[in-house]
Design a binder for this molecule. Structure first.
Ligand code: ATP
Length: 324
């Protein structure tokens, strides 16, 4: 390997820049050239490449977002798009790749490798924490802390008015953020995509909570919860006369959960995995993702990363019930 290409793809996550910095500096320390591929697979197809040196990653370890930009690329989903991307990689003499992103990004990298045989190693960069093969993903800890900070704020105002608040956090398919910020934020109830909860059960529990304590009640709802997110539940409660006397509000935290400076833990994770990705390529590994499992850097085949479902910790779910 003489020249590696690195890109960030899919939803952006705090810590992607720290990972990028680690990839670039580790590659340079091993006398490899580095090409930054802008806007993920979209830029790979268009040949939007930029040469990286030490200075191009100065002062970014602490920043959110991604200096290489990110994108979702429908064109990369078909073989013609991937063949075009491969032609660009050859033109720029890129002979190995480091992909930073979520499960879609890992799947794309896997298919590109299978079709065109280019060595590729992935780094898990997504706030959702839904990648198999790593205990936590880059950006997850930051998003969780941002969510908790905002839940605390909502709690203050909810407490002042004895309100029932529904707070929606990110997580279309996975409840990691909801479950953990529910515990950390002292929520009375947590609703996640992994569990099926009947609306009647939710109503019953809320009525009993509200009558028992006459103070604020906070429900954390993952956006992918099957009851329709915070707005869907709010509507169902407002349509029910039993809730007429309850001061009910809902709020969606939304994209604030993606932004901001990465936490110390995300910076360290991103740095370790970025170094691990380049070292793995140099050791001859390919079609794997680097992750942190029980505090150690571990490699998992890309196929398992996107093909297997990472389970939430069901003991934590029990905890939310005990503590509410
Ligand atoms: P996040 O989960 O944080 O949103 P992600 O990496 O899962 O991040 P996606 O939009 O799912 O985000 O995937 C990023 C890109 O990866 C897609 O826009 C597409 O170009 C590519 N990709 C995803 N799935 C496939 C697939 N099945 N085949 C080829 N490419 C894919």
């Amino acid at each position: 390997i003489e020249r590696i290409g690195v890109y960030t793809s899919g939803g952006d996550a705090p810590g992607m820049n720290a990972c990028l910095r680690a990839v670039v500096r580790t590659a340079l320390a091993n006398d490899l050239d580095v090409m930054g591929i802008r806007r993920g697979y979209e830029g790979m197809i268009e040949g939007d490449f930029v040469e990286m040196d030490r200075r191009s990653v100065s002062n970014i370890v602490q920043t959110g977002g991604t200096v290489l930009k990110s994108a979702r690329s429908p064109a990369f989903m078909n073989p013609e798009g991937r063949a075009r991307a491969m032609r660009m990689l050859k033109e720029y003499k890129v002979d190995a790749l480091v992909a930073i992103g979520g499960d879609g990004t890992m799947r794309g990298a896997n298919i590109l490798h299978d079709e065109h045989d280019i060595p590729v190693v992935g780094c898990p960069g997504t706030i959702d924490n839904d990648l198999y093969g790593t205990d936590t993903t880059i950006g997850y800890d930051t998003a969780l802390n941002t969510a908790i900070e905002n839940i605390d704020r909502v709690r203050d105002t909810a407490d002042a008015h004895n309100r029932l608040f529904l707070i929606e956090v990110m997580g279309r398919d996975a409840g990691f953020i909801a479950l953990n910020c529910g515990i950390g934020g002292g929520a009375e109830m947590v609703l996640i995509p992994e569990t099926i909860t009947e609306m009647e059960v939710v109503k019953e529990r809320l009525l009993s909570l509200m009558s028992a304590q006459r103070r604020s009640t906070i429900v954390i709802v993952a956006e992918g919860d099957e009851l329709g997110g915070a707005r869907g539940i709010e509507k169902a409660l407002l349509d029910d006369s039993d809730f007429n006397d309850i001061d009910l509000r809902s709020t969606i935290l939304g994209h604030i959960q993606r932004g901001g400076s990465p936490t110390a833990s995300d910076r360290v994770l991103a740095s370790r995995l970025g170094v691990g990705a380049v070292e793995s390529l140099l050791d001859g590994h390919s079609e794997v993702m680097v992750g942190l499992v029980n505090s150690e850097v571990k490699l998992t085949p890309l196929r398992n990363v996107w093909g297997r479902k990472k389970s939430i910790d069901y003991d934590l779910l029990k905890l939310t019930q005990i503590l509410s």
